[in-house]
Design a protein around this ligand. Sequence first.
Ligand code: ADP
Length: 432
Amino acid sequence: MFNSWSAELRRLFLLLTVAVLLGLPFDHPWFMAIMVLAGYLSWHLYNLYRLYAWLNDGHRFHPPEASGIWGDVFHLLYRLQLRNRKRKRRLTGLIKRFQEATAAMPDATVILDADGTIEWFNSAAQQLLGLQPGKDVGQRIVNLLRHPQFTRLLSKGANSEPLRIPAPDDDCVTLNLRIVPYGREQRLLIARDVSQQQRLEQMRRDFVANVSHELRTPLTVMSGFLETLLEDEQEYAPHLARSLGLMQQQASRMQHIVEDLLLLSRLETERSVPPHEVVPVTTVLGVIEKGIMPLAEQKQQSLSFDCGKELSIYGAEKELYSAFSNLIANAVRYTPEGGTIQVRWYRDAGGAHFEVQDSGMGIAPEHIPRLTERFYRVDVGRSKASGGTGLGLAIVKHVVNRHNGALRISSTLRKGSTFSIDFPGSLIVSEE
Ligand code: ADP
């Protein structure tokens, strides 16, 4: 490139020198130089015109023939054009493959701009969301998917939990909707048909609830009889009395499991109903304190409640009682004799907080994320020996979710654990 540029400069210099030398005998060297420069300029203008005509003509791909610097200019532009064509072909292929892939996707995908206006959607979005190609692009999605929860999901934006709503055209189809932010304030709406999953979950819930319900009566009867039999314990042979005692212990454990399973399935089915009674939490904690104190005294533990004056929240009293007592009972059960347990209930700018801190055995970090799963126990033997059902923290998690709260667990092995529940400030009942 620079070779031809210096060659061009050399050519101009040579032309001018020849013109001046030829003009010298006639006493007009400058006139000859100007004539040569005029010819040189005409040659450039002519080639400039050819370049313009070539770029203007969309049909002609190959550049015109030219010599000198213009030959190089045409050649370089031609190479640039070739490269652009190749890139364009590759991009077109990529877009085509992307469109084919998204069209084959069973999930509805809709691209939304910052205002929630539809920019593009795939064919699954036509079936699942009832969007019409050619008509709905450019429309705001909230005008087409009219559901209060969806409007809320869209305004919440990123990091919001997926939402389950019935499909707009078919109430029997349940959709799981997610909003994924990307690019410059753009969002991807992804909808998946989860009707089958929903039916299976419902079947599982019904099954557990029915089995628990059916087991409740026979267990109550068995327990009752065992209790009556054990009233005359001294009349039986020692091994028989011990067997009867064990039977009663196991029957009562099963009763606890059944009760917890029934409570869990109730919490699951009533998930969408927000509880709205005024719960005097300080008083509720006082009741729990009275109930649990004898157990803590038996284990020579120092159990203290730091609750201040009455602080009430909106919620479901029975559920909150169950969550708080589960956490406090766990702390007492999993803290060895002579340990310390501190319960706190207070409010700050972030909302209302419940906290149980113990100096117990602690939990290894790998177990913490799984503690709220049903029947998950760190130490099965210890849990059963202390009368645990393995459902306590699952119940706590559900209750906390139903109150829009957050459960936090922090623990250090052999040092102790802290279980906290944060309730949003909106649930606090203001004192008049
Ligand atoms: P469980 O009825 O077995 O106590 P939970 O769901 O209440 O069931 O608790 C699950 C598991 O979490 C327990 O088995 C126990 O291993 C562990 N855990 C719960 N609370 C504590 C605590 N305060 N200290 C140590 N481990 C705990």
